[in-house]
Design a protein around this ligand. Sequence first.
Ligand code: SAM
Length: 295
Amino acid sequence: MGELSSPAKVKEILSRYHFRTKKTLGQNFLIDGNIIEKIVQTAGVSDNDMVVEIGPGIGVLTSTLAQKAQRVLAVEIDKKLQPILEETLAPYDNVDVVFADAMETNFDRLVYNKSSGRFGAGADSYKLVANLPYYITTPLIMHMLTNKFNLNTLVIMVQKEVGMRMAASPGSKDYGALTVAVQYYTDAEIAFKVPKTVFYPRPEVDSVVVKLRTRRTPPVQVKDENLLFQVVRAAFGKRRKTLLNALAGSGIDLNKKQWTDLLKGLEIDPKRRGETLSMKEFASIANELYNTITA
Ligand code: SAM
């Protein structure tokens, strides 16, 4: 394992297979065994665990996961990595690599099929451990969460700014639509910071590893989740606007007077900015909006 993740070994493999990393696919491979160990430790992977990885690359994280987990299922979009993964993962008989776009993947179905029904689809839950491709980090996280796959823990490497947004508190500069969405589905914490030097090639941004534990029940009760996220997107859509102006200009079918009455009825000052609202306040607006439009 240690050897596979050393800078020299990664470069040797890439050059032997004439593989050129693609920026468009976010191919920044890990070259530091300590960081890989730390990621796997943060996820608390043990031999009972089914682990899903998005983007195995040349398999450095995958092989460490394979040593600790019961099974690993890795989904990689780039078929050109296949011969490399066949070599690096040859020692492990508990790894499946599927070449597909993770954004198009139903992970519950895939896990269920690959593990003869022991995991997924209502049975035991599984973990996601991944060094995510940065060009689609947010859509990938939303894909994993909004589809309510049977995940219990996500330990993911993301660019620092995205990690800060996921774990932010109301009123802070990082608090936004992503914060509310991630914290609605999970309990989010930044596990540790990661310097650019542990990747080849080096990315332009700093990174963090984030740990998300999925919630059994959401922190707030809403009548319609889509409506909650519509309100949240509207409130953060125009950061300089007051909450009232942001909501009134959002395309949700209520006029300014109706929005004013709705907010005042909830004792929320219409002049506040969206970024000061707590999840509870967003939920109360979404529920009142639901009552208004279904009345
Ligand atoms: N896990 C490896 C590591 O840590 O060295 C590689 C991580 S690299 C940051 C991201 C990986 O995700 C690349 O292998 C890339 O080809 C793959 N990838 C990019 N877009 C993807 C997608 N939509 N679905 C699945 N894999 C994707």
